[in-house]
Each structure stands twice: as C-alpha cells, then as structure tokens.
Design a protein around this ligand. Sequence first.
Ligand code: GAR
Length: 200
Amino acid sequence: MKNIAVLISGHGTNLQSIIDHIKAGKLKCNLAVVISNKEDAYGLVRAKKAKIPAYFIDHKDISREEHEKKIIEILKKYKVDLVVLAGYMRILTPHFIREYKNRIINIHPALLPSFPGTDGYGDTWKYGCKVGGCTIHFVDEGIDTGPIILQKINPLRENDTLESFKKRGLKLEHQAFPEAIKLFCEGRLKIEGRKVRVSK
Ligand code: GAR
C-alpha cells in the first residue's frame, strides 16, 4: 500500500474527501501524514479528528529551503510515496520537486493551461468563460504547468453566481482527487513528455 502525504494551507475540504474515500474503502492507500504551513488551517482539525498525524510547519521567518527541509524530513520519516497538494498555497523549489520527481500531484481550480495561479475560479468567472472546471496534474518546475492527469468540466449556468459556480466546482474536485490518487496508487499513470497515459 502506498503512503501518501497531503499538504494543505486552508479549509481542507479536498483532504476530507480523500479521508472519506479511504474510510469507505473506495481508495486504497495509507494517508500517512498531513502537513500545513498555516497554523489555523481547518484541515489540521480534520486530520486530527481522523487520527492522522498532522504537522504545522511555519514558513514565516525562515527561508523557503529551510521550510521545505523540515517538510522533507517529515515525508522521509513517514516513507511517503506520493505528495498530494490539496490547496497548498506555496510554490515548491526545484530541489523539492526533484526530490519527489513525478511523485507530487496538485489540484487546480481551472481548466489548465487557462488561469494558472491563485484564483482559478475567480479568473474563470471574470473572463466570462462558458465552461470551467478543475485539473489534477503532476507538479513540475513551472507554475501549474505539469503533465495533466485528469480534468473535470463545470459548465457555467445563466443564473450562476461566483459562489454557486465555485460550490459545484469544489464538488467536482472532491471526486477528481481521489480518482487521480487511485490511478497513481494502482500504478496506472505513465508520463510520456507532456502526456499522461492512463492504463486500464
Ligand atoms: C481548492 O479549490 C483548490 O483547487 C485550490 O484551493 C482550494 C482548496 O480548498 N487550490 C489552488 O488554488 C492551488 N493553486 P480546500 O482547502 O477546501 O481543499
């Protein structure tokens, strides 16, 4: 069974969905550890409730490298095979990415390559798109540029508000992440250049 770590910065609804899928037996992996760079991230409470080791690693007043060194120590301690970025709002250094090459996945709240950055839903909305969605991708050294594992489409409705659009989008995220993690854990993903081949 693969050991996974979930890195968060906030509310942790994606983390919750991963916990729930594991509990329901729909996702077979060991959620070994949760790490947050924010002390008040509600995701830490969710992890503790589920009895998963949870760490707050403050990024303030230390260099990016020092911060990541502390995280990597924890990942090593728990023999982590896959690092899942679930609303982790920090950019990883090339060192971290090389250390876990092709073993870090991120969820982004837009259909990449459109609207990379910190406000995928807001940017999709402001642009007046007719479809939005989310993307799960491997993390490479660019910002939201790694090979795409899967995408879910969220068409906009005439009566949508940004809030209603986001709410539906998050629901899709909660399906997409466990799906992608399952594919990784079953060894069904193969990166070929920009493409991720998914075997049956
Ligand atoms: C999610 O919408 C996720 O896609 C987004 O942060 C939110 C975290 O929600 N991630 C990014 O924007 C990464 N650039 P959650 O804490 O409730 O899972």
